[in-house]
Ligand binder design. Structure first.
Ligand code: PRP
Length: 207
């Protein structure tokens, strides 16, 4: 699995704001939105383009557009905070939604929503979720996509734990990961260390 770490000063400064426990919800959401733009921008370098003719006010020119804009799939709740940025950069894209909550005892994901096109063959998918902790949530989400025929999945996340990356890798699913950081690891509560806490709670409040 390809892992791209976006080690850019602007991305890292937004990540730092998100890590800081003193950052309020509004600032956290703004930092996530801006960071998501940078992650999606970097992810899109690998997207296939096609050329087409346009006419400038001066002369004919060759234009460029995405050959196959990806389906954008945020993992609820936390992935919602990355959606506006992704849609802003990919206005031609359609969206699907997957709702998952991690069980606090077993740490396995519980699915509560699945709103996806039935046939994803030939359509790349861009999955948005700020956190890859154990990787269970993303493996579950990406398996839903592959079950619908998807063969090309890019995950944009803010933080990934090595344990989660290993689980994604071992899943054998057709994945690429774009992240702002690979952190040290997981603690006994399966929280990423040093991490940023719970990205859903920090954006929207506790459940
Ligand atoms: C968090 C996070 C990921 C998942 C990561 O969501 O946004 O979806 O946990 O953990 P994993 O890699 O161990 O599966 P959470 O379940 O807290 O739900 P929320 O987004 O509604 O807060």
């Amino acid at each position: 699995m390809d892992v791209l770490v976006v080690d850019h000063p602007l991305a890292q400064s937004r990540l730092t704001a998100m890590r800081n426990a003193a950052t309020d919800s509004g600032t956290f959401r703004a930092a996530l939105r801006e960071l998501a733009s940078m992650l999606v921008y970097e992810a899109a370098r690998a997207f296939e383009v096609e050329r087409y003719p346009v006419t400038t006010p001066v002369a004919p020119a060759q234009g460029t557009r995405l050959a196959n804009p990806p389906l954008i799939v945020p993992v609820l709740r936390a992935g919602l905070g990355m959606t506006e940025a992704a849609l802003g950069l990919l206005p031609e894209s359609h969206m699907g939604f997957v709702g998952l909550a991690r069980d606090e005892v077993t740490f396995e994901p519980r699915a509560y929503m699945e709103s996806l096109p039935g046939d994803l063959s030939g359509l790349p998918v861009l999955v948005l979720d700020p956190m890859v902790a154990t990787g269970g949530s993303l493996v579950h989400c990406c398996q839903l996509l592959v079950d619908r025929g998807c063969t090309d999945i890019t995950i944009c996340c803010v933080l990934a734990a090595p344990e989660g990356i290993a689980r994604l890798e071992n899943s054998g699913l057709p994945l690429r990961l774009v992240t702002a950081s690979v952190d040290e690891g997981l603690n006994e509560h399966m929280f990423i260390v040093p991490g940023l806490g719970d990205a859903g709670d920090r954006q929207f409040g506790g459940m």
